[in-house]
Write a protein that binds this ligand. Sequence first.
Ligand code: SF4
Length: 63
Amino acid sequence: MIVAVDANRCIRCGFCETIAPEVFSLDGAPHAQVVLEPIPWHLQDLVCQAAEECPEHAIRVEG
Ligand code: SF4
């Protein structure tokens, strides 16, 4: 699984970091960053949940 955040869409709401803090971080960046790749299998459901709940549809998941 590959995940990416669209910097132009992210509004820094923090939902993704709350849902999957091992994968998403807002520390020191103007938008959410993916800090763990590839995504381990045990976190993939949470990443999908974060993508679904992102209010700006800024998280793209492939694979
Ligand atoms: S949930 Fe979406 S808009 Fe909110 S911080 Fe994460 S990527 Fe950005």
